[in-house]
Design a protein. Structure first.
Length: 507
């Protein structure tokens, strides 16, 4: 009986009008988050000049969003399954726009960190809801693969649109304007989404367990904070105690989920090798790439002297490669295999990151542009196929929680990558020896050194900038080498864990 009825159900889903217009609303939410993430990196030198953050505060501005969002994604994905994914998506988008205004008008590093943290709360509602709605709107497997590809391609396009638009704004307005570009996107998303998005939820949701929410939040934030502190200041009582607190909270979260009749997150999902392999591949990939992503804009502007708009254009090949790969990734995975596409994509990214260890202050753009194109293509293939694997591995009713696991891996990888690889760059940078009279603050960040050089005699300023830039590039080399090693390891992990994994071809 089931096999007789299923094709009719799939055909009805394929023919249902409005699903592609609904997808356009969902990708706007993705665009909102992607643009916000990329313009921050571009604006970092200006934020440094205006707000005068310390090196540690600068890292917090970059990664507190990921800390908070990683701690709340599972909870918010599960909440969307319970109260409705459309409702939580539109509410989160409205809050995201309002909090962008707070970020735009921040007057101190502490206020900027707070704004980024609150944006993490709002952002945690967006990504799981978009993927869960795709899972519930597109029942045909091939259409769903294309929809996921478009979803991923839009995220990649945001990484291109953000720097270009942000670069234009930074050349004509103050740095806060890069946050305000979220407002028109948010307005269109909410107004159109109200009319076009279907509501979906788990028909048997169970309670939203606040104890589980707190354990997840405390565990993720404490664990990532401990890693950050240990890499910045070494292992001490604070980092060790915080790490143990985080591990204990996460252990308590897992134990509680295993004993609840209707858990916030069904831990049995991780028994599926394809699901676990895809999640682990995502985490390692983002971890290996995030150090490069966070410091690339500083390299282009403060080392090579490019204007913000030019720096934004310079990052375009990565997005172009990711968009192109994302649109054909599902077809490639069905023609070859899931593990070949994912593992091959990750290996390509690893090789490209290894090539970046040859970057110098005067390296020509063709070398950098070619490496970024390969990074984009490899990441586009991998992320699109792993997202499809994760969505296909779970029933529709659990799509929000499963999508949240995928996004948690992404955000946790970003937070750990910035903490670990970012601390490598910062640690190496701080060790440079400047000329006599170099202000102590110049060792906090490259942006601070550039600002300090403006108040020194020309010969001292030139010596300071040469030493600071050389030290920064050396740190970038080490981070790229570490990232390459992580990506090649992720490629090997994907090859073994995704063995015999296939994308559904029917529905």
């Amino acid at each position: 009986m089931t096999s007789t009825l299923r094709p009719a159900h799939v055909t009805e889903a394929v023919k249902r009008p409005g699903r592609w217009l609904a997808l356009s609303v969902l990708v706007l939410a993705v665009l909102l988050v992607a643009v916000d993430a990329t313009v921050l990196g571009l604006a970092t030198p200006y934020i440094s000049e205006d707000l005068h953050p310390s090196g540690t505060q600068l890292l917090w501005i970059g990664d507190v969003y990921s800390f908070v969002i990683a701690g709340l994604l599972v909870s918010m994905g599960s909440l969307g399954d319970r109260i409705g994914r459309k409702r939580i998506l539109l509410g989160g988008a409205t809050a995201f726009g309002a909090l962008s205004v707070l970020g735009a008008y921040a007057t101190t590093p502490e206020l900027m960190i707070l704004a980024r943290a609150l944006l993490g709360v709002a952002g945690a509602t967006l990504m799981p809801a978009t993927l869960a709605l795709i899972r519930n709107i597109f029942h045909d497997a091939r259409e769903r693969s294309l929809a996921v590809g478009i979803w991923g391609a839009t995220a990649s396009a945001g990484t291109a649109v953000g720097p270009i638009v942000g670069g234009f704004l930074l050349e004509h307005f103050w740095w806060g304007s890069v946050f305000l570009i979220n407002l028109p996107v948010m307005a269109v998303l909410v107004l159109v989404g109200i009319r076009t998005l279907p509501e979906s939820r788990n028909p048997r949701p169970g309670p939203w367990d606040l104890s589980s929410v707190l354990l997840s939040l405390v565990g993720m934030i404490a664990l990532v904070y401990a890693v950050k502190e240990a890499t910045t200041h070494g292992v001490d009582g604070t980092s060790l105690g915080t790490g143990l607190l985080g591990a204990a909270a996460l252990y308590g979260f897992v134990r509680r989920q295993l004993t609840m009749p209707v858990p916030l997150l069904d831990m049995r999902l991780f028994r599926r090798r394809g699901f676990s392999g895809a999640v682990l591949a995502d985490l390692l990939t983002v971890l290996g790439m995030s150090g490069l992503v966070f410091f690339l804009s500083q390299y282009l502007q403060l080392v090579q002297g490019r204007r913000p708009f030019e720096a934004g254009l310079a990052e375009l090949p990565a997005a172009v490669g990711a968009v192109t790969a994302g649109l054909v990734a599902g077809r490639a995975a069905r023609r070859f295999s899931v593990r070949a596409v994912v593992s091959g994509g990750l290996a390509a990214v690893g090789v490209a990151l290894a090539a970046l260890t040859a970057l110098g202050e005067s390296t020509g753009y063709p070398v950098l542009g070619a490496a970024l194109l390969v990074v984009g293509v490899g990441a586009g293939f991998s992320f699109t196929v792993t997202a499809d694997v994760i969505l296909s591995s779970v029933p529709k009713d659990q799509a929000g929680a499963a999508s949240a696991v995928s996004e948690t891996a992404y955000e946790l990888g970003a937070a750990l990558g910035i903490a670990l690889l970012g601390s490598v760059v910062t640690g190496v940078y701080r060790g440079f020896t400047g000329p006599a009279g170099t202000p102590a603050g110049a060792h906090e960040s490259l942006g601070a050194a550039v600002e300090a050089s403006a108040h020194l005699p020309p010969h001292q300023a030139e010596a300071l900038l040469d030493a600071a830039r050389d030290s920064f590039v050396h740190g970038l080399h080490l981070a790229s080498a570490a990232g390459a090693a992580v990506l090649l390891a992720a490629s090997a992990v994907a090859w073994f864990l995704l063995r015999n994994q296939e994308l559904d071809s029917t529905g």
